[in-house]
Structures are given as structure tokens and as C-alpha cells.
Design a protein around this ligand. Structure first.
Ligand code: GDX
Ligand code: MG
Length: 386
């Protein structure tokens, strides 16, 4: 199953064709964000491929399944409901914009499923300035909410490349918590929900990395940031997997040189985003950050973002997990500004050290957050929302 929205139809169809050609695959679904336009082009172009392979390729418009912004979550949940209804044995999910997708992805996941793992997630090296939501929102949340479990150590907790066996698909289809998540938060809730299923989780390593569209200014990630933050927040107070849950992973391989040297976003265009004026409500909200941080943030921001180090981010991130409100303008604006400050602090300092030291630094921050959280379990967790 491939969700697609604005990728070139030729790229989508090339991925559909590679999946269809694989002997383990019976049928391929492309779930479109809307009818017409690209969906029509993909449907037309894939007809010939399907005929040549003698297997169906279905282009399906996404249904309105959830309650939040209609986005990737509705696409994933459209396929999950359909696969559950049809009793599919195994379902693979891949982003449609991957340019190096191929049979080895399918084979790696199938091999782990053959060894008895019910959930297989693809993991891959990413540039040191890529995955800024993963490193600064999701992994810290998993570290502080579920210390000692495999969740903080998952390589790509937001990755959309996953294999699920029938039992996992049925369980997700039956979960209101998952169905409601129609936006970018879907990856977080699928990662969380599948971690509890007791089906075994394996991470298949894609050594070449996932090649796909990267970003201009980080403003492009605003929706993803607030929706992934809200999804992380929605996990607070929920139980985690047992510390004995079965988790396996391929060993890492040398990282390709071009991944090491990639710059994942436009730094200059992004820096300007911090110059935006503070709204009154946003400033009032910032004043609620413990330690009179709000005034400090406004004053020190003028001196550049470097003050937002890993220690301060632990406090700010905790504040966001406890207080963030999706769809509230001031709350979203503050969360974006704070995250951006942290991303720029890292990008203009540790990311300059070179690939290996930068990634080692990021990993050490997650280890540290996990330790801090495990040693102060008294931090009150907000009640889970339905
Ligand atoms: N049908 C449908 N409807 N497809 C969508 C929609 C939507 O509203 N929005 C996105 N997609 C598709 C898109 O066409 C692509 O195939 C896939 O979902 C992922 O979107 P992309 O724009 O390539 O996102 P990006 O930045 O690569 O993000 C992925 O990695 C992030 C991360 O790990 O940081 C994606 O899986 C995110 O969910 C994840 O947070
Ligand atoms: Mg992408």
C-alpha cells in the first residue's frame, strides 16, 4: 500500500510497478489524497503495468476515517480497514515518494515476518540535519514516557515503511485511538499501538538510506511538527510495552557518503522564521514555562538560538507535552518557535562537527532523557485523551 498526495505520477507508478513485480505481492493499492488529478493519471498509467504483471493495482481515494485534519492518517486507515475486512495475511506500507524503493525492501520485511515477527519496520540512515521532528519531538517523548522499553531506541519511529501481519492489521482497524488519527500523527500512533501487540518487532536495515523529497525552509514541516507533537502528547499516561517485549534489528552498515554530506533543509531561509514577532497570547503562554523561561526566551532569542541546548530542551519539551493544544494558534506558534530554536541550536553547533559525532550527540541526548525520566517518575502525566 502506498499513500500519495503530490508526488509525480511517474514516480508513484514506478514504485507500484516494482511492488507488483515482486512474487510475494498479490495486489497493490495506491491510496490517493483526492479523486481526479494525480489519482486519475496514476490509475491510467498503472493499468498497463497491472495487465503486464497479471495482478491488480487499485487506485483508491482515501476515505474520511478520522477526526483530525484529513491527511496521511486517513490514507493509512483507509487501507488498514480494507485489508482487515479482506483478511489480508501481510500488508506492506511504503511512502510513494521513495526514489530507491526496490525488491530488497519487500524481501527484508518478508524474511523477518517469516522468522515470526508480526511487525517489521524499515530503518535507514538519514542526514544529520534530517529527521528533526524525530530527534527533537518523538524520540524525546518516547524516552521520557516509556524509559527502559524498546520504544526510545526505535530508529525511525515516524517512518511510514512497515510490514504488518493480519493480527496487527485487525487490531489497528479495531482501535478508535488509531482510526481517529487522520493527520501526520498516524505514524506515532501506529508505532505505539503495534509496540503493545506482543507480536514481536523487527527493524530491517536499508543501508542505502531512504531517498525521497527533502525540504526547503522548515516552515514546510509546520503541520507535521504540531501534529506529531500532539500525537506524542496523546501517549502520555498510557502503558508501554514490557521491558521483555521481543525486539530485533539488523546490524548497521557503513553510511553512504552522500547521506553523510546531505543538508536536509535550507538553513538561511529557516533562520528568518525566528524573526517573526511574538503574539500576545503566545508570549503569555511562554511565561508559563517553568523557571521564568518565557521572558528569558524572548530576550535571549535575540542573541541567536544556541542557548536552547539539550538540557533546556528537556524542560521545554516537557512543558510542551503537558500544555500543547492542537489547533490553538498561540500554542502552535509557540511550539513551532521553540522547536525551531532547538533545531537551529543543534544545526549551527553539533551538526557542524560532521556526521558521526553529530548523530552520536543526538543519540546521547535521548539516552540522557531516558535516564532523567527513569530517575524522576513522579512527574505528573496528563490524563490520556480519548
Ligand atoms: N493519500 C494521502 N493523503 N497521502 C499523503 C497525504 C495525504 O493527505 N499526506 C502525505 N501523503 C503521502 C505522501 O504522498 C508520501 O507518499 C507519504 O505520505 C509521506 O509523505 P512525505 O511528504 O514524503 O513526508 P516525509 O516528509 O517524507 O515524512 C515521512 O517521514 C516523516 C519522518 O520520519 O520524519 C512521513 O512518513 C511522515 O509521516 C514522517 O513523520
Ligand atoms: Mg518523503
Amino acid at each position: 500500500m502506498f499513500p500519495f498526495k503530490s508526488e509525480p505520477p511517474s514516480l508513484v507508478v514506478s514504485n507500484l510497478a516494482k511492488a507488483t513485480a515482486h512474487p510475494a505481492v498479490d495486489e497493490v493499492w495506491a491510496v490517493a489524497s483526492e479523486e481526479g488529478g494525480a489519482a486519475r493519471d496514476v490509475a491510467t498509467m498503472s493499468r498497463e503495468v497491472a495487465a503486464a504483471q497479471g495482478k491488480p493495482i487499485e487506485v483508491i481515494p482515501q476515505e474520511r476515517v478520522g477526526k483530525l485534519r484529513p491527511g496521511k492518517g486517513d490514507a493509512m486507515n483507509t487501507a488498514i480497514a480494507r485489508a482487515a475486512e479482506q483478511g489480508r495475511d501481510r500488508v506492506h506500507f511504503y511512502d510513494a515518494d521513495i526514489t530507491n524503493f526496490g525488491p530488497s525492501w519487500i524481501e527484508g520485511a518478508e524474511a523477518a515476518a517469516d522468522r515470526g515477527f508480526g511487525v517489521v519496520r524499515h530503518r535507514f540512515p538519514r542526514a544529520s540535519t534530517d529527521a528533526m521532528i524525530t530527534w527533537f519531538i518523538t524520540k524525546p517523548a518516547l524516552a521520557r514516557l516509556f524509559p527502559g522499553t524498546f520504544l526510545p531506541r526505535l530508529d525511525q519511529p515516524l517512518g511510514g515503511e512497515v510490514l504488518l501481519v493480519r493480527e496487527a492489521v485487525e487490531s489497528l482497524a479495531g482501535s478508535e485511538f488509531v482510526r481517529d488519527r487522520s493527520d501526520w500523527g498516524i505514524d506515532t500512533v501506529i508505532t505505539y499501538a503495534t509496540s503493545l501487540m506482543g507480536l514481536g518487532l523487527y527493524e530491517h536495515h536499508v543501508g542505502d538510506g531512504k531517498r525521497h523529497a527533502l525540504y526547503g525552509s522548515l516552515d514546510e514541516l509546520r503541520d507535521m511538527l504540531v501534529e506529531c507533537l500532539d500525537a506524542a502528547r496523546s501517549l502520555a499516561g498510557r502503558p508501554g510495552p514490557g521491558s521483555d517485549a521481543r525486539h530485533g534489528s539488523d546490524p548497521p552498515t557503513p553510511v553512504p557518503d552522500d547521506v553523510k554530506s546531505t543538508v536536509a533543509f535550507d538553513l538561511e531561509a529557516t533562520k528568518n522564521l525566528l524573526d517573526g514577532p511574538w503574539g500576545e497570547e503566545e508570549a503569555n503562554l511562554a511565561d508559563l514555562i517553568p523557571g521564568a523561561m518565557g521572558g528569558l526566551l524572548r530576550a535571549r532569542a535575540e542573541a541567536g538560538p544556541s542557548f536552547m541546548d539539550a538540557g533546556l530542551w528537556y524542560e521545554v519539551h516537557g512543558f510542551l507535552l503537558d500544555n500543547f493544544t492542537l489547533a490553538d494558534h498561540a500554542s502552535e506558534s509557540l511550539a513551532f518557535r521553540l522547536w525551531l530554536t532547538r533545531v537551529l541550536a543543534y544545526t549551527t553547533n553539533q551538526a557542524r562537527w560532521g556526521f558521526e559525532p553529530a548523530i552520536a550527540y543526538l543519540e546521547s541526548t535521548i539516552d540522557d532523557y531516558e535516564r532523567r525520566s527513569a530517575s524522576s517518575p513522579s512527574r505528573p502525566a496528563p490524563a490520556p485523551r480519548s
